[in-house]
Write a protein that binds this ligand. Structure first.
Ligand SMILES: [Zn+2]
Length: 390
């Protein structure tokens, strides 16, 4: 299973200047190579190399590896463009858009990502630094940082190329990691159902509730602050709003990592699979008063789902996806379904058999049941191939 890990690079001002010069040189060289490729109809790496390699090395001072990568990046860009033209992303041939896209060479932004291989970039995980090639020589001891979870994955499983990236005034390295998958538990003894919701982010059929009121209050406070800042319209207010949004996103991600870790660990420990609701349902399902709706929308459920999926895959825990329709109205004991079974947001009370439970807990039981059927019917779903955990 491939995972992409993004870490933040913390260069000193001097190091940052060298990185910036390098990125500019690589992209200028690639843009020039793209124009050569366009004029000479040379869009295969081997052919384009003949036309451009020597000059790139001389004019932009790129090392052998960097020059090769700049050429390959150019060829890849043309391959992508060709595919996009073919599948109609630029309209039909002959239209203005199509002609504009196909009638001129590819251009790279000065700060477009640049691939680095192991000869140009080495990682010192203990010291949390990298040694990286630049046009001004090799920089040693460039610090990087990331969340504990990401750093762990990076140190254990990084493989192949990484991309150097400059975005919003910050430097990043994006590394590909190849994670071994656990042996899939093909005989789960049952399924752990997970109900995603508003008051509690996730409730399992074991009755474990993840993140209730305390975090909601925090989210609410942040949201109010942000909307206040956004109304102000001044530059500094916008900057602060952006900063708060970033902070909240990081905190949410951290929470999602923790929740998914516990859910997967619990399923693994008890020899069960995990039953998740398909995520398309969650927004339509939530017919709520407006203030609650905003908090719901701001929670990254899709991210939580993908975290559970990849952690489960790593642990060999099967994951199934079920249709969540009416799981909140269905009695998990007698399966009688009606809206009247929910006298209040948090309460489930079956009108036929009298079963009473916390509403989210009842729903998670239904999700667990449905997961078992999905599994028995063989409609087992797998985690997506590529998941961004950064
Ligand atoms: Zn009932």
């Amino acid at each position: 299973m491939k995972l992409v890990v993004r870490v933040k690079v913390l260069p000193t001002p001097l190091q940052a200047a060298a990185l910036e010069a390098t990125l500019h040189a690589c992209n200028e060289a690639a843009t020039w190579a793209a124009s050569v490729a366009f004029e000479n109809e040379a869009r295969r790496p081997l052919e384009l190399r003949k036309h451009t390699y020597a000059e790139i090395r001389e004019r932009w001072g790129l090392g052998a590896q960097a020059a090769q990568h700049a050429i390959k990046k150019t060829c890849d860009a043309y391959t992508t463009l060709k595919a996009n033209l073919r599948n109609g992303r630029y309209g039909r041939p002959g239209t203005k858009r199509h002609t504009r896209a196909s009638g001129k060479p590819v251009v790279f932004r000065p700060q477009a990502a640049q691939p680095y291989d192991d000869r140009m970039l080495s990682w010192q995980h203990q010291a949390r630094t990298v040694s990286i090639w630049t046009t001004a020589g090799r920089l040693k001891g460039v610090a990087f940082t990331g969340q504990a979870e990401q750093l762990e994955v990076l140190a254990a499983h990084r493989q192949g190329e990484s991309d150097l990236l400059f975005r919003d005034g910050k430097w990043f390295l994006i590394a590909t990691c190849e994670i071994p998958e656990g042996d899939l538990n093909t005989h789960p003894v049952g399924f752990l159902g997970v109900d995603l919701g508003i008051v509690n982010i996730a409730v399992t059929s074991d009755g474990e509730r993840h993140c209730g009121r305390r975090i909601n209050r925090k989210r609410e406070r942040d949201r109010k602050l942000r909307s206040k800042l956004q109304k102000k319209q001044t530059k500094s207010a916008k900057r602060r709003a952006k900063k708060y949004a970033g902070k909240e996103a990081r905190r949410n991600k951290d929470i999602n990592h923790k929740i998914s870790k516990r859910i997967v660990a619990e399923a693994e420990r008890t020899g069960r699979g995990i039953s998740l609701e398909t995520l398309t349902g969650i927004r339509e399902r939530a017919r709520l008063r407006k203030p609650q709706r905003t908090t719901l929308h701001s929670w990254p459920f899709a991210q939580l789902g993908s975290f559970i999926a990849y952690k489960a895959k790593r642990a060999g825990v099967p994951v199934v996806y079920v249709d969540p329709a009416y799981t909140s109205q269905e009695c998990s004991l007698c399966h009688h379904t009606e809206r009247g079974n929910r006298p209040a947001q948090a309460v489930f009370a079956c009108r036929v058999c009298g079963f009473v439970d916390h509403a989210d807990h009842n729903a998670s039981h239904n999700i667990a049941h449905r997961g078992w059927y999905v599994w028995v019917c063989g409609a087992q779903s797998m985690a997506p191939e590529l998941t961004l955990i950064a």
